[in-house]
Structure formats: structure tokens, C-alpha cells
Design a binder for this molecule. Sequence first.
Ligand code: AGP
Length: 609
Amino acid sequence: MCGIVGYIGNKRAIDFLLDGLTKLEYRGYDSAGVAVNCGDEGIFIEKAVGRLDSLKQKLKGRLPNGTIGIGHTRWATHGRPSDVNAHPHSDCHGNFVVVHNGIIENYLPLKQDLISKGHKFISETDTEVVAHLIEENYHGDFLLAVREVLAKIEGSYSLLFMSKFHPDTLIAAKQDNPLVIGLGENGENFIASDIPAIISYTRKTYILNDGDIAIVQKNNVQFVNRQGAPISKKIFHVSWNAAAAEKGGYEHFMLKEINEQPKAVRDTISPHILNNSVNFNELNWNSDFLKNINKIYIVACGTAYHAGLVGKFYIEKLVRKLVEVDLASEFRYRSPIVDENTLVIVVSQSGETSDTLAALKESKRLGAKTLAVTNVVGSSIAREAEFVILTAAGPEIAVASTKAYTTQLILMFMLALYMAQLSKSIPENEIERLINLLKKIPAQISETLSDVDPIKTFAQMYGFNDDVFYIGRSLDYCVALEGALKLKEISYIHAEAYAAGELKHGTLALIVEGVPVIALATQKSVYEKTLSNIKEVKARDAIVIGIAAQGDSQLSNYLDHVIFVPDTDELLIPLLTVVPLQLLAYYAAITRGCDVDKPRNLAKSVTVE
Ligand code: AGP
């Protein structure tokens, strides 16, 4: 979850490094640093704990002029955030510097061995071991030294190396964490851990795969594998426009991305709907493939896990196959019952979440068919899975996931319809009816977004409460879990979601006068039950804000406030009910003066266990 940048060319490297790090600060921001090769003056290094601005302050009036450099924004894993622990890290003599994203799992024995050989360490990080390993293994050949280091380290990493002895070369290595190379014009090339850092400089990129080593010079980029054998790679043309990686006029990335949901959902739907049927050419499954699947797992973390809970409903309802949803961090440690007749669906916006990637690898090891639902082309999870289907949300920069969630729901809904088509589990006219409702969702999300004032008011009225509860049944409960996470992670209010029928088994003890309860009541099949649960909390003088489908004439009789969303099939209405919950969290965070896009302690992509 750290940000890595590198530049080699004819211009001042520091300018790209600082601009690129600014674009990547969402990937990690407890400290930052840069290193620039200044020829005879040696390698210039500057680091600072805190946001990137702290580093910029330190650099004021002393920007180095070198034309080759590397930079890093950090989310601490080993060693607390500090100047010393910030990257880049160098060897004993400042001849080699390295920046790193991931974890070197065997760094301690390596560090002890290097210390026994006289190396002096100054930081608490795992990364510094790599710098001293390069020094220990360098005998004139930079690439060979890097390969020997990679052979010694274990774990997940993307690494970028620079050497005082090779002012014309940067070397990058990728394992489990993303790295892209941007191909500049007129003798310059760029390296970054994510596309937003380079998109305003070039659209021509190479996406590194696990095991790739890139030798980057200003007029040439070559690839070799760990054994040093040359690799040929295709150029990947980035179609995202530059604005997509910027805020586009909104105050925060999160609000921009909430408002991008109609387009993101539309873009996700359109490639898969043709003549009122669903197609996934990239899967090319058939009825026999499905007949052989006797169990399905959906495995993910955080918001993606909440999307998986909805996906379970879709597949069990439309395809009548058993689905179990599990947290990726739990899945592989509980000896899951997985074999060649199991389909494991992993859901991950970033495609880099370490727990989810590990669960995917374990599933493959156990013989399962694997399908990735992800938003990032060429991500580690996308490349690891046997099958991949992509959301078309575009880059999601805010730490709080919004458009990724709704596009994940849409993709899993279509996947369920596709499976239902193949297995003929529901009549064709029902599939057609659902597809017609699906096509209306983007416009209905737009309609839901058109009236945010009541939500802003609620956020201002209740934004300073210490506790908020979310209740619902069936799919409303799944969405309640997502709504609670949104509020927690960006406004820092303690929020809990409960199955509405579960309250009376304990939690009702916490519902007293003035406690805000968000009650979702859109699932027609359990509406009366939900209504009685709402009456339970009202009887304890809670303040209840209802989320209901347009046309519901009952709820307003019982509730202080009701937010209506357009009516549609109860399978699809989660796409709409989540929107006011996203906005409620956003405006509550604003009310409380929180850093909406970069909430404390969190990072956009959690690439450590
Ligand atoms: C969502 O708002 C959170 N930031 C977090 O729970 C996130 O969904 C989780 O870390 C999974 O990320 P992924 O989808 O990139 O795998």
C-alpha cells in the first residue's frame, strides 16, 4: 500500500517525483522520501515523516538537479512512521538506494547475517535489508546483484533500485505488488506503483508481472526474468483520461466517485448485455462447467466482502447453487473444504489486497476453479485467477470504496443471470424482466443522487453522535453492513449494523432515547417483519431514519425521517439504498472535519496481512 515513483530522462527528476507522489499519496502517507543521483555530488536523499507536504517543506530552496531519481510514500508495516524509517533506504556508503512496497518476510535472519558481516543499520524497517544486500552482492554488475538479492528475499514486494555507479539505469522488480512503467517521449521514462502517477505524462505503459525485472534507461526499457533471460512484453495503452485521476471539480475524490456511479455502473453493464441476454465471452462457460460446480465461495475483505454477501443472494436465488461467503483473512486458515468442483470467487477493487490474493492462491493450490471480480486490469489478483471479470469503475482514489462496491454488485448480478441462462435455472422471461430492470439502474442512481439536502441535514443533526446503528433484513442487512463501514471509516463514529431480527437478542439494550438508527426497509418479502423491528426501536425513543422504496406509504407513519429511493426489484434495490448511506457517511465526515479521502490508519490498498 505504499506509493513508488521513479524517473530517468533529461529533465529534473525531482519534479516528476513530487508530482507522482502527490498523485499516489492515497496509497500510503505516514512518511515520504526521495533520492536523486547527482553524479559527482553523490546521491541526494531527503525524507520526512507525515504527509507529503512535510517533505516538500524540507526540500524548499534545495531541489536537486539530477535527472534520475526515485521516491516513495509509506504506510508503515515494519517500524513506526519516522524520518529514519521513511524510504528510500541506502546501504552503508550511500551507493545504492531502494524503495519498496510490501513485506520482506525473512528480513530478520538476513539482517542478522549482514550485521555479522559488518553492515550498519539505522532503521527498523525490513526494506533497509535490501539496500545492504545489494551492497553485499554487488561486484560491478547491477542487474546481477539485483537478481541475487531477489533470490535471497522472501515475501511480497515491488522494488525500485538506483545506484551511484549506474547513473543511466533504474532497476525495478515485482512480486505480488503493482508496478507500471510509463514510456515517455524524447528520452524519458517513468516508473510508478499505480497509473494515476504517470497518466498525465504518458498513456503507453508496461504492466509488470510477478517475477519480472525491468531495466529502465532513458531511451530503452528491457525485461528479464529472475534467471536473467529476456522477456518480451506488450505495451498497455491506458484509456483512463487524466481527469479520471483527478478530482474533477469535486471537493473530495469520494464525492466525485459517489457521483460517478451512474456512469461506472453503465460502463460495467454495457459490455455484457446483448439482445436482452447476458454474455461473458471472457468466461466462455457452458452448462457442463456449471454442472461440475457443487459449491461456490465468495472471498473478500471489507467493502468487497459486503458485496460478496449480496452476490451470495444473487447466485442462490437465481442459480440455486450453494454459496458461502468468507473473509479472506479467515478463509485460508480454517482448512476450507475446496476441491476441483469448487468455484472460488474473489472480489477485490484494487486486485492487490494481500489477504484476498493469498486466499486465491490457496484456492488454486486446492484445485478450485477461480474467478476474480476486480477493477484493475493487470492487477496481481487479475493475473493470478483462472477467470477474470472486470468492473468498469475507473480509478477509485478515495480510501472509502463506493463506485467499486456498486459495480461489484452489478457484475455479480449479471454473473448470476449468466449462470442462470446457462443452467436454465429460471425462465427466460424472468431473465428478460430482470435485464430490463438492470438497464434502468444507472438512471435510478442518478435520481437518488439528485436530492442530497435531506441527507446533508441528517449528517449535520446526528454527525456528532458517538454511536449509530444500522438495521435491515435480507439484502437490506447486507447493505446496512456496508453503510456502517462507510460511516466508521471516514467519520470515526462507532457504527454497527444488525440484522433487524437480531436486535432483541441483546443489542436492543443499547437502544435508548436519542440513539440514531438507520432502518432499511426495502425488501418487500420481509417488510412487515422489518416494520415490527422498527417499532421496537421507536418504542425505546430512538431517532429512526428510514430508507424506503418510493410508493411506501406506511413507513412515514412511524419514523422521524424517511429517505426514498426509486422502486425496483428487491434484488436490485441495494444498488440504490447504498447511495444515501454513502452520502450520509460523507457529510458526517465533513461535519466532523475528518480527512474524507485519507482517513486515519487506513490505506487504499492493503497489501500486507
Ligand atoms: C472500503 O471502504 C475499505 N476501504 C476497505 O474495506 C476495502 O474494501 C478492503 O480493503 C478491500 O479492498 P479491495 O477491494 O481492494 O480488495
